[in-house]
Design a protein around this ligand. Structure first.
Ligand SMILES: C[S@@+](CC[C@H](N)C(=O)[O-])C[C@H]1O[C@@H](n2cnc3c(N)ncnc32)[C@H](O)[C@@H]1O
Length: 281
């Protein structure tokens, strides 16, 4: 009922991200997404960038990509949002996890999809937006080789799915384009490797070596495909250069906060960024 009221009271042209489940990842990561667009524009100012994200939810990350295009690419380019907007968690594993059950309900009821439709409509019209609704495993192989400058992977974080999403995306990235993603909390060299391998099909667990929570599926898939990648606070990226995947540097990036964030998420982004800024490459 409360969610129905929220949908009825959305304000045209104003993003809605006040819901407690609206911004799922660490807010500072959105600053590195915006900075990735700065990185690409710095290499080639004339380039018309095309971005696809796999896993969109309410559209918080989509709005950050759009802000990247607005800030660094003259508000030009295109943004494709791919998401099934349907329940996807393994409920045998998550049956007592209220957070997951809430997400499933927001997907099942189409609340997440309707909020996304509202939010994506706030993107400047000079940026072309489209969305593809369906499972990534059914859609990605219909897309043309080298058709995206950036592919951002943030859908199902369990090993089999995240690995498939990355592998199926590699050919879709153009030369000098970037593949990137969310939720690489810790890279393989820093975790208990045997434990990570044994638990790679779990969603989110505690690493016994660091005592930190992480997504083992993301850590293992990335290690198997690329080895070590560039990463900043859990956002990771690699650039395609003549069919080889290279790390990138965001050193000296402009510090730009997502303007669609509410005060709570802005404060989190600022604190997190200040904590890690001296260790950034
Ligand atoms: C973590 S959320 C995305 C968050 C979003 N990128 C953001 O930062 O605002 C994951 C999304 O992936 C979608 N998803 C999960 N598995 C999927 C699949 N196999 N194909 C397409 N979408 C999927 C879910 O519907 C959900 O909306």
């Amino acid at each position: 009922m409360i969610n129905k009221k929220i949908l009825e009271n959305l304000v045209k042209g104003k993003p809605y991200l006040d819901h407690k489940n609206a911004v799922l990842s660490a807010p500072a990561r959105h600053m590195f997404m915006i900075a990735s667009i700065w990185f690409l524009s710095k290499q080639n100012k004339e380039r018309n960038l095309s971005i696809m994200e796999i896993g969109t939810w309410f559209g918080a990350s989509a709005l950050s990509w759009a802000q990247g295009l607005a800030e660094h690419s003259n508000s030009k380019g295109s943004l494709t949002c791919l998401d099934a907007w349907e329940p996807f968690f393994d409920l045998k594993e998550h049956k007592n996890n209220d957070y997951v059950l809430e997400m499933e309900e927001l997907l099942e009821s189409d609340f997440a999809y309707n909020i996304f439709l509202h939010n994506i409509n706030t993107v400047p019209k000079s940026i072309i937006t489209q969305h593809l609704r369906g499972k990534s495993e059914n859609i990605l192989h219909y897309l043309k080789d080298e058709s995206f400058s950036v592919i951002f992977i943030d859908a199902d974080h369990t090993y089999e799915f995240v690995k498939k999403d990355i592998i199926n995306s590699l050919r879709l990235v153009e030369n000098y384009g970037i593949i990137c993603g969310d939720d690489l909390n810790i890279q393989m060299k820093n975790v208990d490797k045997d434990f990570a391998m044994q638990n790679k099909n779990k969603d989110f667990i505690k690493d016994p070596k660091t005592n930190k929570n992480y997504h083992p599926g993301v850590t293992v898939a990335i290690e198997e495909i690329f080895g070590e990648v560039s990463s900043w606070g859990g956002f990771w990226a690699m650039q395609k250069i003549n069919n080889l995947w290279k790390k990138i540097s965001l050193k000296d990036m402009p510090v730009i906060y997502p303007k669609h964030f509410n005060q709570e998420n802005l404060d989190k982004a600022k604190d997190h960024y200040n904590d890690i800024k001296n260790s950034l490459d």
